[in-house]
Ligand binder design. Structure first.
Ligand code: NCD
Length: 333
């Protein structure tokens, strides 16, 4: 099947696709429109209930093959995609590729061509280089889902965060969301900034200047260097891990110092709204960016719910992209 009639993701919304997801791939949140996001979240909502039943399996991906191609370590994202594919009734293959021993560019294209020859229906790709997933998507015929590329985008994480918030507060519109920590190296932050802005929430970033990318204000966010001022009156606090594996050189004086100024604890959290909710994409570094008393607060921490929503969101994305491949409008005729 040739699906070239479907635009690549990132070209902006296509007219005439009302009620449908008008893209072949999910490479990022940037460029999506509000109806695209609503469509994915509404579909994910159905899977939340499905996933709570004893029999969690449906047959939407029956006969289809999903390949998880991870050039970077991952526990929760890979497991979540694997479960999502299996619960949809698909065949799931996991491939972990060690990038340290081989020339990266060469491996990426070679691997893409090899996998493409096996006719997968969807490829889920994580790669340490920003833009690598897009490059791979240009070489294959199936749907490609970005599971995190360098510090660029991690669209399913932003979608699962949105679903978690929407289920708790009903809407994202008008919310004040603070994203705190290592924004410079975070694809989660970038995807969330795009998604929250598209959905009508306001975003503040809180970080030392060494952990903020230059010119980030252009994305329409408010920037703070002081936790208490930045958290003042916010509805949601999203904490980010210090991504030391992406740091070349020293970005913070010491972990102790970092926790003192930017670690979320009960005292700093008092600056936020009294019922403000706490989120973290994981993996968490307790005592570095977040204190256990806050992370484990059963009334205010959404961290466990985020993991649950991850499976539902990934099922929705897989189903919608694979469904699009068999729609008449997706065929080249
Ligand atoms: C994030 C990632 O890999 O970008 N984790 C995740 O997907 N659950 C954030 C992180 O690694 O800190």
């Amino acid at each position: 099947m040739d699906s070239t009639i479907l635009p690549e993701h990132s070209t902006g919304p296509t007219p005439g696709f009302a009620g449908r997801f008008p893209y072949r791939h999910l490479l990022g949140i940037e460029g999506l429109a509000r109806p695209d996001i609503d469509l994915l979240l509404d579909r994910a909502e159905d899977f939340v209930e499905q996933n709570r039943q004893a029999d969690k399996k449906v047959s939407a991906l029956r006969g289809r093959t999903l390949i998880n191609l991870f050039f970077e370590n991952s526990t929760r994202t890979r497991t979540s995609f694997e479960l999502a594919g299996k619960r949809l009734g698909g065949d799931v293959i996991n491939m972990s590729v060690d990038t340290s021993s081989i020339k990266k560019g060469e491996t990426l294209i070679d691997t893409a061509m090899t996998l493409n020859a096996m006719h997968p229906d969807a490829l889920v790709v994580r790669h340490p280089e920003s833009g690598a997933v897009q490059l791979l998507a240009e070489k294959v015929n199936c749907a490609v889902i970005n599971a995190g590329d360098g510090s660029h985008e991690h669209p399913t994480q932003a979608l699962l965060d949105a679903l978690t918030i929407r289920r708790r507060l009903g809407t994202l519109e008008g919310l004040e969301v603070a994203i705190c920590g290592d924004v410079a190296h975070s694809r989660v932050a970038r995807s969330n900034i795009h998604l929250l802005s598209i959905m009508g929430a306001r975003v503040r970033l809180i970080a030392p200047s060494t952990l903020l990318p230059a010119g980030i204000e252009r994305l329409g966010v408010e920037v703070h260097h002081d936790m208490r001022r930045g958290l003042d009156g916010c509805d949601i606090v999203m904490m980010l891990r210090l991504q030391t594996e992406r740091m070349k050189g020293s970005f913070v004086p010491s972990v102790r110092e970092y926790f003192r100024y930017y670690g979320l604890n009960q005292e700093k959290l008092r600056a936020a709204k009294p019922d403000a909710l706490i989120m973290h994409p994981g993996p968490m570094n307790r005592g570095v960016e977040i204190d256990s008393l806050v992370a484990d607060d059963i009334d205010r921490s959404l961290i466990r719910e985020q993991v649950e929503m991850g499976v539902a969101v990934r099922m929705a994305v897989l189903q919608i992209l694979v469904e699009a491949q068999v729609e008449p409008w997706a065929r080249n005729q």
